[in-house]
Design a protein around this ligand. Sequence first.
Ligand code: 1GP
Length: 251
Amino acid sequence: MLGAVERYLLDVIERDGAAHLTLIDPESQPPERAGRIAEGAARAGTDAFMVGGSINAAGGLLDETVHAIRRVTSLPVILFPAGVHSLTPHADALFFMSMLNSRDLTYIVGNQMLGAPLVVGYGIEAIPMAYLVVEPGGTVGYVGDARPIPRAKPEIAVAYALAAQLMGMRFVYLEAGSGVSSPVPPEMISAVRGASRCTLVVGGGIRDPSTAESMVRAGAHAIVTGNLVEMREDVEDVETTLAELIAAMKS
Ligand code: 1GP
């Protein structure tokens, strides 16, 4: 049986055609500001929050960021862990990810082995996900020692997504890297969507409504944005900026 958060995401996708996830990196702002960003994003119509980051998303800062978000919204908070250090019992769920195209076993199965007893002990819902880094790959590509999938080779992404499906993973995340200037190409999204039954999440470098819209049109089930709102000086802007993007991708 699926967990409550996974069921919720699938219901949103069925209802709206796609889900929007707001990524909050604990390293990017103090918890109090993370809470205000979350408030704006919830008002804008985001469907859930992801919390994580490549560096320093751990310990007290992680816990306080999760608490700050949960204080202002009842939307699900899903961990997006860089490793076993990024686990906390205070979230609603976690993406239990394996970076299938890493060169480093630590990111494919090592952290997962160390983290699994903690996840089970916490009783937190785990959503099995293949995490695939696409060129350019950004910080996560470097930190995770990925062999990023070439942008012009959708067939490689398809092969990984099929492998993920056959291994029982239910979600596939195509990640171009946070803040990059070239997001995942629509051709790659449509190729993966056409071949795999997994729920397809896409993120990295999505900054404008038309990019999000074209990704959903290509077949993305969920769009992740992080930098887009973290960049805003004025937290009021968060709501306006996200509302436009969400309206475009769900229309
Ligand atoms: C990064 O895909 C996410 O893991 C979000 O990327 O910060 O560029 O929106 P951005």
